[in-house]
Design a protein around this ligand. Structure first.
Ligand SMILES: Nc1ncnc2c1ncn2[C@@H]1O[C@H](COP(=O)(O)OP(=O)(O)OP(=O)(O)O)[C@@H](O)[C@H]1O
Ligand SMILES: [Mg+2]
Length: 327
């Protein structure tokens, strides 16, 4: 893909803070990433690394008193990190679609699937009732729901878990957003259904040229779905690069540990937590590289200076060792 192609999403040097009684906790630091049209960026890392927080910050959904303390978020040509809640409300749904782990958080049990789809469509697009209905049925068809005309009149409880998540994908796509943020979209589903949903997401993203940020613990899902992978650790990006390179030639020692913890190609792991030790809490992040106490290769510099992302292979890594110098 040409480097000149305009990114749909560009996050620059994002910092998120939570002021509290015992000082300010920094949940995200120096997070920079971009996603192009039709590209899927997989975001991985241990529990608490900041994956969901990144997605929430982009959508303007940080829980108060959480705040963006530094950096910029651009959606195409528009800077969106300083918009009012009201302006962000119109961007959510219209320009950024969301898919969460549990389909039931996105669906109202009291309304038919068709009513919810048409309402979302009419909220964002200038369409009459009949036109919105036709679009809703066509979206249900797009996401692989059989007999969409009949399903239109049914309630969420009449759908299986996998079918419900397909409806949520249809809802996220209702207004043809430029970007979809999917946070663990298959974790709550049966393993047998997970691959169907992620391949559907990939197919739709490619067809509609939607940029997708896909947060998941599942390296199998990432390997099959993502074009590039971003690896997070303790609120920072430690590595980002093309999927094949991050999977097969990881640059950062943390990524290498993650990859080594995958039992076998295609096998699914519940949690990526098999590196000795554990990720530090936000209020106890070590000096230097946050990963240094767990890193076999760490040298004196690693506990002194914090490495920033620097080009490594086809991607970038935040590590003194691959920065070319000595650790
Ligand atoms: N409302 C909040 N106030 C303060 N800190 C928070 C708040 N919500 C989350 N955090 C902290 O922000 C950090 C990042 O959390 P986040 O939910 O993004 O992790 P995650 O990578 O999505 O993890 P998981 O894989 O478990 O979903 C964690 O240390 C968490 O404790
Ligand atoms: Mg999360």
């Amino acid at each position: 893909m040409a480097d000149t192609e305009k990114a749909v999403l560009e996050v620059r040097n994002l910092k998120v803070e939570f002021p509290g009684r015992r000082g300010v906790a920094t949940a995200l630091s120096e997070v920079s990433l971009s996603i192009r049209p039709g590209e899927i960026l997989g975001v991985v890392g241990e529990s608490g690394a900041g994956k969901s927080m990144t997605g929430l910050a982009i959508q303007g959904l940080l829980e108060r008193p959480g705040r963006i303390a530094d950096g910029e978020i651009w959606l195409g040509d528009r800077r969106i990190d300083q918009l009012s809640d009201r302006e962000m409300e119109t961007i959510r749904g219209r320009e950024i679609g969301a898919i969460f782990q549990d389909p039931l958080t996105s669906l109202n049990p009291l309304f038919t699937v068709g009513a919810q789809l048409t309402e979302t469509i009419r909220q964002h697009l200038d369409m009459g009732r009949a036109e919105a209905r036709a679009r809703a049925i066509s979206l249900l068809k797009d996401v692989g729901i059989p007999s969409p005309e009949d399903r239109f009149n049914q309630y969420p409880h009449q759908f299986s878990g996998g079918m419900r998540q397909r409806v949520v994908i249809a809802l996220a796509l209702a207004a043809s957003p430029k970007l979809i943020i999917a946070d663990e979209p298959t974790t709550a589903l049966d393993v047998s259904i997970q691959a169907q949903i992620t391949s559907l997401l990939r197919k739709l993203c490619k067809e509609k040229q939607t940029a997708v940020m896909l947060v998941t613990h599942d390296m199998g899902v990432i390997a099959e779905t993502a074009d590039r992978i971003a690896v997070m650790y303790a609120g920072r990006l430690v590595e980002i690069g093309p999927v094949a390179e991050v999977l097969h030639a990881p640059k950062h020692p943390y990524t290498r540990g993650l990859m080594a913890s995958i039992p076998a190609l295609g096998a699914r792991v519940e949690r990526l937590n098999q590196i000795d030790g554990s990720m530090p809490r936000l209020d106890a992040i070590p000096n230097g590289c946050a990963f240094n106490p767990r890193c076999r290769d760490a040298g004196p510099r690693c506990s002194r200076d914090r490495p920033s992302l620097t080009p490594a292979g086809a991607g970038a890594s935040a590590c003194w060792i691959n920065a070319g110098g000595t650790a």
